[in-house]
Design a protein around this ligand. Sequence first.
Ligand SMILES: Cc1ncc(COP(=O)(O)O)c(C=O)c1O
Length: 409
Amino acid sequence: MSALPTDLLAGVDPVPALEGGRPVRERFLPVALPSIGEREKQAVAEVLESGWITTGPKAIEFGRRVAELSGAAHGLALNSCTGALHVALVAAGIGPGDEVITSTWTFCSTVNVILHVGATPVLVDVEPDTLNLDPAHVARALTPRTRALIPVHFGGHPADMDPLLALARERGLVVIEDAAHAIGARYHGRPVGSLGDITCFSFYAIKNVTTGEGGALVTSDGELFERAQVLSLHGISKDAWKRYAASGSWYYEVTVPGFKYNLTDLAAAIGLVQLDRWPEFHAKRRDLVARYEAHFAGEPAIGRLVTRPGVEHAHHLYPVLLDLERLTIDRARFLEALRGENVGTTVNFIPVHRHPFYRDHPGFEDARFPVAENAYPRLVTLPLYPRMEESDVDDVARAVVKLARRYRR
Ligand SMILES: Cc1ncc(COP(=O)(O)O)c(C=O)c1O
């Protein structure tokens, strides 16, 4: 990391752009962007020319490579993490009458898929320093109907898996990890993918590794893997993708009503290049986060999440938590003011229990989630992606600090 500027706000107009001042940046910096280069373009061109553009050897290879990186015996490339979570629940035999415990601090699809299989979602609160599923709350939420846990590795920081795995072992529960943010993360030396029964990754456009849209499921359980394979492609025999190839057969049998969740070779070809580039992406994300942390170390109004000891963080997101008691404006105004400074932001996440569909669900009242309720109005996700330069981090930090000082209470 190069040296930080000695005076971060030197030359910065203290008047926010929203109030007529000069913005910190001239050009807008988006909150997230993919890193697609010549190698990805070439890989797609080769697949296009090969004549085999849907699921085939590239998708098989991509699944294998994801398993290798995540320490699992088997990997299945799919067209989204949502599809992977859905298939995982069905493959694990979760259905009506079963309860599945997960975190309210997640994207809606983690919970939607529980309803898709006819099971009952049980949402619990999170830990304040990571916003990951709190094992103590999970223990209290267990009932005789609990069949599965879905820990979510928020932002790329692994959930506290040891106590969760211990509970699961004790009660015979299936552990399906939502690792949409956490490719390459490690928990006490073990890769995310080698911990629970099934782990699901996302390769959506802005994820740490992308295929445009995409996902994967990894497991070291051969039977679960075979069931997931069949379920992910209509419920027909496992080499269904080969039926139009010279080595395939026209004959197939539907053994279960499956889904259409396969990944195309076009997408997988992008993913294979992205996996080659992952070490470089990961190092860059880690460096950018270290620079943000150094900038915000002396700013009491800008709270941050932690990286716990023994954790290799995937650094998918960089959220900060505004201390609203030290500010005269709320989060909505802070986001607006950052937009004025030409800095893009978002909020990860709107807790699931706050969405209209879930709000009225019994057990999803705001009061049951004090940690999530405290974090939600304060959280701001700042830009983080390998295409950013250190000077971009400096600009974002300038904008955040400028506003925190201007609107100091
Ligand atoms: C925590 C979490 N889980 C699941 C998903 C769904 O991923 P996908 O878009 O690949 O279906 C997302 C998407 O952003 C996510 O953030």
